[in-house]
Design a protein around this ligand. Structure first.
Ligand code: SAH
Length: 360
């Protein structure tokens, strides 16, 4: 039993079952035993690998995308270049290296990383030591300036609540106890007005997830973009409209029981891009149409970049490079499992690669 399993069993024995949101928050960010607080989980040696760790091309292309968006908005000075949940700092390192020659951009930017885990901050500090970077716990502490911000596999790590439909309403998935072991179960009926509109397109037995924790963060980002300019590019595992059980635990690249080893496995759930787009719109910004990661990278020029990099490679290095290109772009790999949206002011054009949403 992990230390966190003991802590949560005691808590549940005293105060009763907890929501998946409470469970995820404790597992991922508990100050002593949380998953992100205690370990470096990213990469082939860890539990999961992310796009920036697979190839430098991912960060290079997103960096050029943001640089073009900054130029298209008349190069506002000063501005904030930020990232939510930067992991090893690899994405930001690739963005900064690629944009170094964009005239005036680096002189105008204030690089800020939003990172909750001190362990991750230390890794980011090391990776980005050549740059002047600062860290914040939350988005609200950012100065009111034009904001160009990236988030890759950030929103899927934020806690979700999960509801299962019955004939008339909803029951919430909870973590309770079976003897002293943690177990998943369902609450008594759980009235939830946020799901009133989902009674129309669901039936008995259907599962819907909501990610309340995403709303304040994205709302603040979108308000700033609407008021001061900038854009957000969000890439994640997910789809348009939440449907079905996507709560999952991963340890050493294998899917595992999500309540077996709390604090030792990564917990995620798919991102509902429709919900993110709605938050952006309510805050007065525009959300683009959702696009597959593979298609976005193709539009940003990954084929030409991959071919240029391949020219200097031979043997195993070339094979790794080709495999990385395929992993990022192919429909049966990350190419269509991962999606992206951009958020921009209503008055400016969207960043390159993104189309306006027909529903706006
Ligand atoms: N974007 C990186 C890492 C993804 S893992 C990449 O693509 O490789 C998720 C990251 O978000 C980790 O750095 C984790 O510590 C951070 N994180 C998770 N929850 C957070 C929160 N609530 N606030 C800030 N950072 C958070």
């Amino acid at each position: 039993m992990t230390a966190l399993a003991r802590i949560m069993s005691r808590r549940i024995a005293i105060t009763g079952p907890i929501s998946l949101a409470d469970y995820m928050a404790e597992c991922l960010l508990h100050p002593e035993h949380g998953y992100y607080t205690t370990r470096d989980a990213i990469g082939e040696q860890g539990d999961f690998t992310t796009a920036p760790e697979i190839s430098q091309m991912f960060g290079e292309l997103l960096g050029l995308c943001l640089a073009q968006a900054w130029i298209d908005q008349d190069s506002p000075t000063p501005f904030i270049l930020a990232e939510l949940g930067p992991g090893h700092g690899t994405l930001m390192a690739d963005v900064l290296r690629t944009t170094a020659n964009v005239p005036n951009m680096h002189a105008a930017m204030q690089v800020t990383l939003i990172e909750a885990s001190p362990k991750m901050r230390a890794l980011q500090r090391q990776k980005l030591q050549a740059y002047n970077v600062s860290w914040l716990d939350g988005i609200c502490d950012l100065p009111q300036l034009p904001l160009f911000i990236l988030a890759n596999e950030f929103f899927d790590a934020l806690p979700i609540r999960q509801f299962v439909r019955d004939a008339k309403g909803w029951h919430e998935t909870q973590v309770g106890l079976d003897k002293e072991n943690l177990t998943l179960g369902l609450s008594q009926s759980a009235p939830i007005t946020a799901l009133d509109h989902r009674l129309e397109d669901t039936k008995k037995g259907d599962i819907v997830e909501i990610r309340a924790a995403a709303e304040p963060i994205l709302s603040e980002v979108s308000h700033r973009i609407a008021a001061h300019g900038g854009c957000a590019v969000i890439v994640d595992y997910g789809d348009w409209h939440s449907r079905g059980d996507t709560f999952q635990a991963v340890e050493k690249h294998q899917i595992v029981d999500p309540v077996a080893r709390p604090g030792a496995a990564d917990l995620t759930a798919h991102v509902d891009f429709e919900a993110l787009a709605n938050v952006a719109k309510i805050a007065g910004a525009t959300a683009s149409e959702m696009i597959d990661q593979g298609q976005l990278l193709a539009r940003l020029g990954i084929e030409a970049r991959a071919a240029a990099l391949a020219q200097n490679l031979t043997g195993a290095a070339l094979e790794t490079h080709v495999a990385a290109f395929e992993r990022l772009t192919c429909a049966d790999k990350m190419g269509s499992l991962f999606k992206a949206i951009a958020i921009a002011p209503t008055s400016t054009k969207l960043p390159p690669g993104f189309d306006a949403c027909a529903l706006n």
